[in-house]
Design a protein around this ligand. Structure first.
Ligand code: ARG
Length: 580
């Protein structure tokens, strides 16, 4: 509807030009917004204020002229001038009703695939081998996965890239330790605690000279393609990713082993990249190392910042890998857009790598590179979220605890669930709660992780939204077989308000796709649920004195709300429940 009004206004601007009221070279930016308060109509534009200077008239007079040019349109009920010269549009309720019916009845909620689908590489989750996923990985995993779902929903080709940390000098030590552990366990090694595994390996490396010597030898061997070391390395990767896959599955995250594109993938490219940077006079030698000086990044002394792409011992760096990785995503994956979900501390690293990739001509201007950065997860004390003893919180433990806490919520609740059903409900509520807590905050800032808030049935939480959905399910259960959907006639104010919100779903989702910010969708669903509750309180459906037509209309509104809630939560990676 917004686009529709935009088109009407754009025609109107042309008319004003034809009539000589506006100079031909003036190109206003036509913006149509949703009104904050529906007593001012549904949409508003500041076009008149923009044109007032060029037309040498006061904005209200310009607004009047614009309105004069607008055709009578069945979709629009009323147009008004407001305040200093805003133009407010009230949409026609029957048109609004028809759009709500579309949401309720059409496949994909009537949302068409985007006209120009893109190939979008989304780099997210990206844990490190032989390390437990830490809290910042839940942020990247959960936010990235939601954006992936949104981009796919709109018809784009999305390539999930799990950029795992699977390369580096630490692998010599890890291989040597794996070898030792396998020997001691007669090849029946089960590693469930990667933290301990890494710690022990490091301890031996630091304390045992023979072990350290062997480890250093293995690094060299691994890098020169030695079969044995390569196989041991593969085992380490598999061991880690099997454990991580369990977490992805529990969290309903869509990543699989097919999406792993770790740092090692780019390893063969690195010598050529450095050679090429040298030939292009981008990289120069400094004390044996190869360095790219970037004018765009300056150090404290005001001099261009030097980014090392190869160390003096010949080793490559995290940045070199990300330069190669950007090139690969353009050349091999044909990406039009690359999104990288990594925490804000990696910002300058990524910008530097990407700047070098652009200068070297690996990434054309037409391909956008976007760091979707996020802040830290903090404890209630405002300090980084840690275990009681100050260690990193393991993701598995976090999910376990969420389930225990969710279980408590249901202890005193009367339900007719079988034990199996109950387990499922508790699981979905628990997982929804931790994911939503992360998703609902503007990702750019730090946020405070608070169990009590996230598991509450009140407020902007997943349990609240899941509960709103079950309310609608129960309306349909009550309506039973006679639950027929009809045309939507919007009578009550609360009904109109709900409908206006419902039809904003598509633009909300598009906004998330553009900005990579799922909290926009969370806020929308929260507001929608609030409006639904108001509607539900004031607009009876299953009462005996409600006539058939009104009932059928309201059931359609309910169905549309349920469809939007279900799809919306699904795009956040959260499952709905029929009963709670
Ligand atoms: N492995 C990194 C970490 O654990 C995140 C990688 C982000 N992606 C990238 N292309 N650098 O923090």
């Amino acid at each position: 509807m917004k686009q529709y009004i935009q088109q009407l206004l754009s025609n109107c601007v042309n008319n004003l030009k034809d009539k000589g009221l506006l100079e031909a070279d003036i190109q206003p930016k036509i913006i149509v917004d949703n009104t904050k308060d529906r007593s001012h109509g549904d949409f508003a534009t500041n076009l008149a204020m923009q044109l007032s200077k060029a037309m040498k008239k006061n904005p209200r007079d310009v607004a009047a002229l614009i309105i004069e040019q607008l055709p009578n349109d069945e979709k629009i009920q009323k147009i008004e001038i407001a305040g200093p010269g805003f133009i407010n549009f009230y949409q026609n309720a029957s048109n609004l009703g028809a759009q709500v019916k579309k949401l309720a009845t059409e496949a994909n909620l009537g949302i068409k695939n985007t006209d120009n689908p893109q190939t979008i590489v989304v780099d997210y989750s990206s844990p490190n081998v032989a390390k437990e996923m830490a809290v910042h990985h839940i942020r990247s995993t959960v936010i990235g996965d939601s954006v992936v779902r949104v981009l796919e929903f709109l018809g784009n080709k999305v390539i999930r890239a799990n950029h795992i940390g699977d390369w580096g000098t630490q692998f010599g030590m890890l291989i040597a330790y794996l070898e030792k552990a396998e020997q001691e366990n007669a090849n029946d090694l089960k590693v469930s605690d990667l933290e301990a595994f890494y710690r022990e390996a490091k301890k031996l490396y630091d304390e045992d000279a023979v072990f350290a010597e062997k480890a250093r030898g293995y690094v060299v061997k691994l890098q020169s393609g030695d079969q044995y070391c390569y196989q041991m390395w593969q085992k380490l990767v598999k061991m880690t990713m099997d454990l991580n896959q369990q977490i992805y599955d529990r969290l309903n995250v869509s990543l699989t082993d097919k999406d792993v594109m770790g740092e090692s993938l780019y390893n063969d490219m690195l010598p050529k990249i450095v050679e090429d940077l040298k030939n292009k006079k981008l990289a120069v030698e400094n004390q044996g190392a190869m360095v790219v000086y970037l004018d765009e990044f300056r150090g404290k002394d005001g001099n261009p910042m030097g980014v090392i792409v190869q160390k003096s011992d010949g080793g490559y760096l995290y940045t070199t890998t990300d330069i190669a990785c950007a090139k690969y995503r353009v050349d091999v994956l044909h990406a039009n857009r690359i999104l990288c979900f990594a925490d804000s501390r990696q910002h300058s690293h990524l910008l530097q790598a990407w700047q070098i990739a652009r200068l070297a001509g690996y990434v054309p201007d037409t391909v956008s590179l976007e760091h979707e950065s996020f802040g830290m997860m903090l404890g209630k004390d405002g300090k980084p979220f840690k275990t009681r003893t100050g260690g990193t919180v393991k993701l598995t433990d976090l999910i376990d605890e969420a389930e225990i806490r969710a279980q408590k919520l249901f202890e005193n609740r009367e339900t007719d669930f079988t034990p199996e059903e109950k387990k499922k409900v508790i699981h979905e509520v628990a997982v929804g709660a931790i994911k939503y807590a992360d998703l609902s905050k503007n990702r750019t800032t730090d946020y405070i992780f608070d169990w009590d808030n996230m598991l509450s049935f009140d407020g902007n939480t997943s349990p609240y939204l899941q509960y709103a959905y079950t309310r609608i399910c129960s309306i349909f259960r009550k309506a039973g077989d006679c639950a027929e959907l009809g045309d939507v006639t919007l009578i009550h104010e609360n009904e109109v308000n709900l409908a206006s919100k419902l039809i904003q779903f598509e633009e909300t989702v598009k906004n998330v796709a553009e900005k990579g910010m799922p909290h926009i969708l969370c806020n929308y669903l929260y507001e929608l649920s609030g409006l639904f509750m108001k509607f539900y309180e004031t607009c009876p459906i299953n009462k005996s004195d409600v006539d058939e037509q009104t009932k059928a209309s309201r059931l359609t509104v309910c169905r549309a709300t349920a469809a939007v809630l279900k799809q919306g939560l699904n795009l956040l990676g959260i499952n709905v429940l029929e009963k709670m």
